[in-house]
Design a protein around this ligand. Structure first.
Ligand code: S3P
Length: 441
């Protein structure tokens, strides 16, 4: 839900220091909840992100008959059990399922519902109603699922599944883990091998987590397969910290003079930490330390210190998926760097929670930074002497990652800034401000 309220963000009073943890990874939390709902038996989950998006997945599967028993722990995470529908399948819900702001919820659900003979209407908030769905419904229609209106791009869409799903090999038109996951989840129940080939590698949490639920996957760079018919069995998942949330703390430490922080227990899945590779190329003082695994997900810590001389760099198209959600905050870092930063082939930004390409250019423009698009590339000419003009008000456009990005401009700058609809942070990182302020010396 978007609001017109403007939150004033004051500059930090001093450098950031000490250690931080970030809430559970959003992508992994969604999958832990959704896969547990599909499974036979009762799964044990911990470290689950408590945010609006994950709650959309929790209430969706509850409407479909899973028994969700997750409660808030002292560290703010969710833990407990989910009893899945297993072989009985999801129950016919009596009302449409509202997926709120969550693209991951609705798109993964489309794959999850495909093998079952029930009819479900999927809907979302005004942002989700503007996002493209045909990229998901098209391959699922090839597998045999029905959508009404057929071939419609925008929610609300009504899906009717079928137990007679066909396995397919699908060449995805874009690198999207949501698309890949939807097809693979349907493929679990189809006869034969379902394969998704991608133009560039997208995050691989599904391929890593399905085997933990007893479903074998095969995966290589830019391709993943599952062979059905198979079924999920209950499992135990501990969700590591979210690198996409860590990126905001890391950027704060980079930009605030004198800062040095260590962020612990973060997922260091290579498909998610493209922002660290980019920051290194910009000359940033960042270091990651691999410390272990949660299931098959590598995790560890990230140390970041203030870096006065950042330089612009070019981020090739092949690497974009590994930092897609971090482009807003990387754009703010690039605005402080010497030289031009080029993000290649970032057209997908136009169909995120809002048109992030336009919103980044708009927000950096308010800061007096030259940012522009050329085709599907985003270019930013940084200014190491950047000063925040007085009285700035940014618009988050109801987008959680833009709300946090523009808040950082105020936190790390010389003037307070206003952020319209700052409350959008509740989608992925409700305690963002508290976590930053806790690191203030
Ligand atoms: C996600 C995949 C990405 C990402 C989104 C979460 C996921 O979207 O931007 O925040 O959990 O699979 P696309 O699949 O549309 O690229």
């Amino acid at each position: 839900m978007s609001s017109d309220a403007v939150q004033i963000i004051e500059p930090l009073s001093g450098p950031l220091s000490g250690t931080a943890t970030v809430p559970g990874d959003k992508s992994i939390s969604h999958r832990a909840v959704l896969f547990s709902a599909m499974a036979e038996g009762t799964s044990q989950l911990s470290g689950v992100l408590d945010s609006q998006d994950v709650r959309s997945s929790m209430s969706a599967v509850a409407q479909l008959g899973a028994k969700v028993n997750l409660s808030v722990q002292s560290d703010g995470s969710l833990a407990g059990t989910v009893e899945g529908w297993g072989a009985a399948g999801p129950a016919q819900p009596s009302a449409p399922i509202d997926c709120g702001n969550s693209g991951t919820t609705v798109r993964l659900l489309m794959g999850i519902l495909a093998p079952w003979p029930i009819t479900v209407t999927l809907d979302g908030d005004s942002s989700l109603r503007r996002r493209p769905m045909r990229r998901i419904t098209a391959p699922l229609m090839k597998m045999g699922a029905k959508f009404a209106p057929a071939g419609q791009e925008l929610l609300p869409i009504t899906e009717t599944g079928t137990p007679a799903l066909r396995a397919i090999t699908y060449d995805a038109p874009m690198a999207s883990a949501q698309l890949k996951t939807a097809v693979l989840l349907a493929g679990v129940f189809a006869e034969g091998t379902t394969t998704v080939n991608e133009p560039a590698p997208s995050r691989n949490h599904t391929e890593l987590m399905l085997p933990e639920f007893g479903v074998a996957t095969t995966a290589a760079t830019r391709t993943a397969s599952v062979t059905g018919p198979s079924a999920l069995e209950a499992s135990t998942v501990h969700v590591p910290g979210d690198p996409s949330s860590a990126a905001f703390l890391a950027a704060a430490a980079l930009l605030k003079p004198g800062s040095s922080i260590c962020i612990k227990n973060v997922s260091l899945n290579p498909a998610r930490i493209g922002f660290l590779r980019t920051l290194e190329r910009m000359g940033a003082n960042v270091e990651e330390r691999h410390e272990g695994q949660e299931g098959k997900e590598p995790n560890g810590s990230i140390t970041v210190s203030y870096t006065p001389h950042l330089r612009g760099c070019e981020i090739p198209a092949q690497h974009i998926a590994s930092l897609i959600d971090e482009i807003p905050v990387l754009a703010l870092v690039a605005a402080h760097a010497h030289g031009v930063t080029v993000f290649k082939e970032v057209g997908e930004l136009r169909v995120k929670e809002t048109d992030r390409l336009a919103a980044i250019i708009e927000g950096l423009g308010l800061l007096g930074v030259d940012a522009w698009e050329e085709g599907n590339n985003l270019l930013i000419e940084g200014n190491p002497q950047l000063e925040v003009p007085e009285g700035l008000v940014f618009d988050s456009h109801g987008d959680h990652r833009l709300a946090m990005t523009w808040a950082l401009a105020g936190l790390c700058g010389n003037q307070p800034v206003g952020v319209r609809d700052f409350g959008a942070v509740a989608v992925s990182y409700p305690r963002f401000l508290e976590d930053i302020e806790r690191l203030e010396r």
